[in-house]
Design a binder for this molecule. Sequence first.
Ligand SMILES: [Zn+2]
Ligand SMILES: [Zn+2]
Length: 745
Amino acid sequence: MAQTSLLEPQPPRKRVAVLLPLPFPCPLDYAAPPALADSLPPGAIVSVPLGGRRETGVVWDQTPLPPDLTPPPPPEIADSRLRAVSTLVDAPPMPEMLRRFIDWVAAYTLAPPGMVLAMALRPHLLGTQAGPRSGWAAAPTLPEGLRMTPARRSVLAALEEESPLSGAELARRAGVGAAVIRGLADAGALLAALLGPIAPFAAPNPDHNPPVLSGAQDVAATALRALTREHRFSATLLEGVTGSGKTEIYLEAVAECIAAGRQALVLLPEIALSAQWMERFARRFGVTPATWHSEIGQRARRLTWNAVGDGSAGVVVGARSALFLPFRDLGLIIVDEEHETTFKQEEGVTYNARDMAVVRARLANAPVILASATPSLETLNNVETGRYGHLVLPSRHGGAAMPTTRLIDMRMAPPPRGRFLSPALIDEIGSTLARGEQAMLFLNRRGYAPLTLCRACGQRMECPHCTSWLVEHRKRKILCCHHCDYRQPIPETCPQCGAEHSLTAIGPGIERITEEAEETFPNARVLVMASDTVGGPAAIAEAVERIAQRDIDLIVGTQIVAKGWHFPHLTTVGVVDADLGLGGADLRAGERTIQLLHQVAGRAGRAEAPGRVLLQSYAPEHPVMEALVSGDFRTFMEEEARQRQPGFWPPFGRLAALIVSSENPEAALDTARRLGRAAPEAPGIEVLGPAPAPLGLLRGRHRHRLLLRTRRAIAVQPILRQWLAKVKISAGVRVDLDVDPVSFL
Ligand SMILES: [Zn+2]
Ligand SMILES: [Zn+2]
């Protein structure tokens, strides 16, 4: 036999391309063993040998992409060197739509496709392990001679109210430990029972509680319903001031989608803070939606993944990673607060979930709705050029007026030395509290003070690993780096000159404002809301509840208080440092400051009492401040557009950043310079840099930046690919690509 095969040419082995969740530039070829040859269609999950180990990957078929985005073909592997697929993994295949989406994201961001796959595959593999859920019901007749205790009685009483219940839920409701339930089961008083679908996967009822809509709202809702019915790709900006009822209106599109039997995905910028959003959804549809974000547990993750895959989860509300769920029939995507920079993932695969949501919708032939009170210039430009539709809600819902906004010129009437609240602001808050209303102080800076300085020698306390000052957290008695989380105790003596008690806090953080507010308003009940003080979603929900119940008079918060909350008794908002976001070289500093402060201002006066907003500023003539006072964002954005247009800054041109970093400063500089020398040269293409990054040192890595800027008609991806192919990257040096950068640090 061996001789025959030597004489006769071997038939070519059947090949399959397998994409592995690893940073390779393309899928790898494997041989399909005869036994598996017919069971390896694209999407099949397989185990393959790689070096000396096994890896799990997906049988891949390449997406036809636009020429600009098409990666170079992979090198051919000779038949003789092919290794065979080991086994077919018992998991549902990855749907084609998701494979197309992964290819798109990889091609657009220039991330290795395997790294994009990794984001989708991890939950996919979890999804294979979920079985039906079982719980406990009471036996029809209790066994004779059952010894009753108060704990056992409490378990049986809980099951009389609702049955069956999962073990954990039963223990919680009865207020007993797991041993009590086990004991009852062993005694034959409880029987195992299969549980129905858990609440997040119960079907939302589109007719449960439809809203009563007014003129402009009705027009917008009808238009969105029509687009959703059409079931083809479209993108629409839904623009309306805070409180204008955007959520109610896009939920009508969701209702239409559910009625058509398709699935809807809603992306929120801060999913962990969405308790109030969930309530609104439940009021409208009678059930809560499925959720997807990093804080849901392993089991919920498995169940959700399965429910999305088999279509039993009708609506998913999630963070950006929800885009990678295996929807069975996606009929609608909504991106709420589309201008939020949190949609941009900055670590690993750097993608903008807002933009990739548009791609996902296009692949699914579904409409996408982008909602915002202060749309990004990118989205406004897409409206202007006719790529996106536009629906506008002109006023606040329910007759509530927009708050009035007033500037406090800090040069004219500054606070006393070492203080940060001006007399005018203190007056206004004092009278608000006297009327029994709530007030809020906003400062987007955690900790006590952003800088600690030695009065004797001028030494500034800096992070040893980053180009960054250490932020004092006085309550925790530490100095902390907000970039790498390095922390040290607050020293007694200056580490530079040895002077005692010479270290002074410079500038305010939220802790310091709280201290000042408590001294100024000793009778006010103060609540501090910052990401590092309130804790997880449950704690935040509790804080919000206390505010709604009027257990709180004065809220002091960072940007987490800005996010879509409805505080009916809050009438006065004071912005401690309205100029804070305007420093630095960020292209969008003005736009972002407007977006954030408008959102903060929107917390005031959402019920009957009129709201007022006070902005403390040292630059009250700045166009951002003028726009905040007049409420005329359109004029401000038109001016922004006029400034960006001649230089071809986004959205009139395209940007991609190259961040060169290394622990070795010379190696980083050398690679950055060689990249600079090899920079592409052509009409409409420009390279800025290399230059030391503003964050020149981050987590011990020395960083340089280059910025590629092209005319809008020129795609950056092929240019970047060719550019990087020309330069050898030294060992220990990393070049991170950031297409459409949002951060310039
Ligand atoms: Zn000193
Ligand atoms: Zn640091």
